[in-house]
Design a protein around this ligand. Structure first.
Ligand SMILES: *Cc1c(COP(=O)(O)O)cnc(C)c1O
Length: 426
């Protein structure tokens, strides 16, 4: 037996997840299948919290909003970063405390803002326009709403442009030069209580320097806003810590991140005599590597490349098509055999961009083999669709070597869910 990736094991040629044979899982639950290892989620969360013992960890629900995962994290004591009414609803229902939830969003509906007021969660306000709307709703219900502004710190991390969120040109947040004015305005509203400041510079960032730059910029603002007489309870530094999708690439750990930013934060906070709490909002780091997507080989063909056609495509994992992301793949039933050929793993969707992995060295692949796509727990299922008339795959949770279906397979009838024929077509 040998280990890969911290928590996956290979035994008798087979890939094991959480101590369970992936081939047995496919036999029992069918293919394709998302396999989630509960212990890995808990370990990731604890590693993050351990690196930042004095910070509040708000899990970014959008990474994976599976209800069992939210419940696991609620039991671990996590808070939640939510970006829609739906995510807020799920987080509360899962048992995440409302005082540990931040409602984020660059374009919240009136309905969402009313829901935020009703539930009493903190709101990360993205514009002055939103501030005014929120203040009016708060007034109607006689409440005072704790807010932070999301600031655009103008930091450019080296990541895919679609997931860099703190560039000066990004749609998120209030520009640096307008933020003081916004706090000044908020302070004067009697239904609004500015209690913090928030930013998030992007995702899948593999170096710590952008985080240090961001922390410094945030502390500059804390200093200026303090002069307005606003005492922050928290500074939310967002998230974005990447994971090593390419198994040979170095990736900073939460401890590396803590070692880089905590000294800066603490030194500057001490100099100001202020002690706001840090909030961090990891999504990917908590859930990505805890899930493996298993997908069965339908056919192999030698064409321009050696194509392996599998039964999962960008309907289930859009990251390669959307962000050119790399996901490590292996053949789950030949996991310890030598690589012999270059293969390109293609999904079944009717689009040439539906390629899960290009030019990978693998053992000889045949029809019926099972391909394991690693690190699919973040922005995997949560970005899935029924495109091309394909019901979504089930999710199975492994807990102490026991398995439990936590999301059923959609069936063909689900393709018709919520649809109606108009009378003239009946
Ligand atoms: C997406 C998002 C996160 C999570 O980012 P990861 O890179 O998955 O850790 C955190 N905060 C905000 C505001 C986000 O939009």
């Amino acid at each position: 037996m040998f280990k890969i990736d911290g928590h996956l094991e290979v035994y008798n040629h087979h890939l094991f997840v959480g101590g369970v044979d992936s081939l047995e899982l496919i036999k029992e639950y069918g293919s394709p299948l998302f396999v989630i290892n509960e212990q890995r989620i808990r370990d990731n969360y604890r590693r993050y919290q351990g690196a930042f013992p004095d910070a509040d960890i708000y899990y970014a629900v959008k990474a994976n909003s599976n209800f069992s995962i939210l419940r696991i994290l609620a039991r671990e004591g996590a808070g939640a970063d939510v970006f829609s009414e739906g995510e807020l609803y799920l987080a509360l229902l899962a048992g995440i405390r409302k005082d540990k939830i931040l409602f984020n969003g660059n374009s919240k509906t009136d309905h969402e803002l009313k829901y935020a007021v009703e539930t009493g969660v903190k709101v990360s306000v993205d514009s002055v326009d939103e501030l005014k709307t929120l203040a009016a709703f708060a007034k109607e219900s006689g409440k005072t709403i704790p807010i932070a502004f999301r600031v655009n710190p103008d930091v450019s991390p080296k990541t895919h442009p679609k997931i860099a969120t703190g560039l000066a040109t990004s749609k998120f947040g209030i520009p640096l030069e307008k933020i003081i004015e916004a706090y000044d305005m908020a302070q004067k509203l009697d239904t609004i209580e500015p209690v913090g400041i928030h930013c998030h510079i992007g995702s899948q960032i593999l170096e710590t320097t952008p985080f240090v730059e961001m922390t410094n910029k945030m502390m500059d603002l804390v200093e200026q806003i303090d002069r307005l007489g606003i005492k922050f309870e928290f500074v939310d530094l967002g998230s974005g810590l990447g994971i090593p999708y390419k198994k040979d690439e170095p990736a900073p750990t939460p401890q590396d991140l803590a070692d880089a930013i905590l000294p800066v934060f603490n030194e500057r906070a001490n100099a100001m005599g202020l002690h706001p709490r840090i909030i961090l909002e990891p999504g990917r780091y908590i859930t990505a590597d805890a899930t493996v997507l298993l997908t069965t080989v339908n056919m192999v063909k030698e064409a321009h490349k050696n194509f392996v056609g599998v039964d999962a495509g960008f309907n289930l994992l859009v990251r390669p098509a959307m962000y050119d992301s790399y996901h490590h793949v292996l053949v789950a039933n030949k996991a310890d055999l030598n690589s012999e050929r270059l293969y390109t793993i293609a999904g079944p969707v009717c689009e040439s961009g539906d390629i899960l992995a290009s030019d990978r060295e693998l053992p000889v692949v045949e029809k019926g083999d099972v391909v394991a796509v690693l690190d699919t727990g973040a922005y995997g299922f949560s970005m899935s669709s029924q495109y091309n008339g394909r019901p979504r795959a089930p999710e199975v949770l492994i807990t102490q070597r026991k398995t439990c279906i936590v999301r059923e397979h959609e069936n063909i009838d689900d393709l018709l869910t919520k649809q109606r024929l108009p009378p003239h077509l009946l």
